[in-house]
Write a protein that binds this ligand. Structure first.
Ligand code: SAM
Length: 250
């Protein structure tokens, strides 16, 4: 059965602590949800993967498939790229324009903290305490600044919507940890997504890249090595799709 990318799945897979160090005489550090501020370290790691794509500097128009709340896309926009993010998760699509404050307050209260009266020492630096609410929440009051399309790429119209969102210029199509987000052994679902990316491709000079993160101890996600993905893609005719992982580009 395919993984459902609901809130519980995101919060389990992307759990992060509210701050770094415990504070004496206070409850333990709470766990936060799939949270914009808490995920910034991961976002930087993803941007590093994008930067390892051959010819990255001359790439301008990027379609990100499976981009979650689009935080990596947002970072790429800040690097001057034109980005559209696609995701099919109802959790992402229904919450992208809402504030994270309610979830943060709930996590704090659940652990025993008063969200309106937090200890000053939980700032990023013990020596210069800052009110964490000033950096936990985005200034725009939303979860993302990125345009997220709920397109599944299964039809001509769906793919046309994605291309049009990029002004009909697509330099690169990137699955962002999406093809390795299937149940173990579910090659058919992964290959369906790969094929939809191929169909989205406006011409052969548009590069298709699959960012993955092999992890031998993960029995649900990330189950194939980069070499195994390469073999699977080659066997199915996707010889010019690139695999990008922490180990490099295949
Ligand atoms: C492992 S998460 C990665 C999220 C984001 N790229 C990140 O790294 O934070 C996989 C994402 O792929 C999305 N996804 C899975 N299958 C998809 C599909 N067929 N089309 C679009 N998005 C898909 C899921 O909804 C989920 O948001």
């Amino acid at each position: 059965m395919a993984i459902v990318w609901d809130k519980a799945t995101f919060d389990t897979m992307y759990t992060c602590t509210g701050w770094k160090w415990g504070v004496r005489n206070y409850p333990r550090v709470p766990r936060f949800h799939y949270h914009w501020f808490g995920q910034q370290g991961m976002v930087q790691a993803i941007v590093d993967r994008y930067q390892s794509v051959p010819g990255f500097n001359s790439i301008q128009d990027i379609a990100i498939i499976g981009g979650g709340f689009g935080w990596a896309g947002e970072a790429l926009t800040q690097l001057g790229k034109n980005v559209v993010t696609v995701d099919t998760s109802d959790y992402i699509l229904n919450n992208k324009d809402t504030s994270e404050e309610v979830e943060l307050r709930a996590a704090l209260a659940e652990t025993g903290f008063d969200p309106d009266n937090l200890p000053v020492m939980i700032g990023p630096d013990y020596n210069t305490p800052v009110d964490p609410w000033s950096y936990w929440l985005r200034p725009d009051g939303k979860r993302t600044s990125v345009n997220i399309l709920g397109e599944d790429l299964s039809t001509t119209a769906s793919r046309r919507n994605v291309r049009q969102a990029l002004g009909n210029k697509v330099d690169v199509i990137v699955t962002e940890y999406a093809i390795d987000s299937m149940d173990a052994g579910d090659d058919a679902a992964s290959l369906t997504l790969v094929e939809r990316c191929e169909q989205l491709r406006p011409n052969p000079s548009c590069t298709v890249v699959h960012i993955i993160e092999p992890n031998p101890s993960d029995v649900v996600l990330n189950v194939k090595t980069a070499e195994e993905w390469r073999t699977l893609l080659d066997a199915n005719g996707y010889t010019d799709h690139r695999i990008v992982a922490s180990a490099g580009v295949l």
